[in-house]
Design a binder for this molecule. Sequence first.
Ligand code: NAD
Length: 295
Amino acid sequence: MHMKVVIADDMQEKALELLKETRAEIVYKPPSLKDALEDADILIVRSATKVTADLISNSKKLKLVARGGVGLDNVDLEACKKKGIEVLNTPGASTNSVAELAIGLMFSCARNIARSTHGIKEGKWQKSLPGTELAGKTLGVIGCGKIGLAVAEKARHLGMHVIGYNPPPKPVSSVVELMDLDEVYKRADIISLHVPIHPTTEKMINAQSIAKMKDGVIIINTSRGQVIDEDSLYDGCKSGKVRAAALDVYWEEPYKGKLLELDNVCFTPHIGASTEEAQARIGGELATIVSSRMK
Ligand code: NAD
């Protein structure tokens, strides 16, 4: 059965090879995506392409939009539903990579790694910057799903005490002590965010929630930018209430906002899933999805 698969966003070479092995006609990053979709059967996107009602308006055969990665916030689900287009993602492929990044960002904040790098490049030998160990500290995981639990597991191996908050249905886990959100804010030395975008999570980190946190808390966000009110985080980091923060995700990407002014905030450009391993797993899962449609 002939099948035209349009890939809209950058894809790692190995992942692309796996997709080509399905023997579907692969159209990679066409100059006009909308035109290419007219007779396409499957559209593959990552996070860059926004799948809007307009983008798919001319498509006559499109049966599936597959998002390589977690979250479907760049896909207009209602518009797809109206045209009878199924939407899938690869939910587990990047879990470990994001969890490792979150742990790396915790170390960077606790030991001033990114800050020292900048300092040395600017000729500053900041030997007296105060650091702190992770071992013995309390990590508060907000959102104890796949990534949150993977972070919790790794943190336990580092000698951290892990508490967490997740609304029902609560996960079953022996590594996280689950409790109310306010209790997590009150007790955590480090807070790591792993929630989806949702009306209940938008700006959940704001002036009020920061006020409930310990003085000198560290905040890590590898989930979605919308979870943090960036102005409140700025105020918290500037006053020292928040000792340090590390962000992989932002309201607007690429991020150009005022948090860049602060030395105690560390930034990565949405690279949670940017590892060879995660990309290969994403490619493998997408190839399996495409193959299953060729039968
Ligand atoms: P998941 O669905 O497995 O887990 C999310 C958890 O959050 C669930 O257990 C859910 O019950 C919980 N939750 C929902 N509302 C909540 C709330 N108000 N308060 C606390 N918890 C709440 O998802 P996941 O795979 O663990 O992904 C978590 C986040 O990481 C998502 O936002 C995803 O978009 C993001 N992510 C980022 C990157 C990156 O590159 N930085 C890559 C992959 C995923």
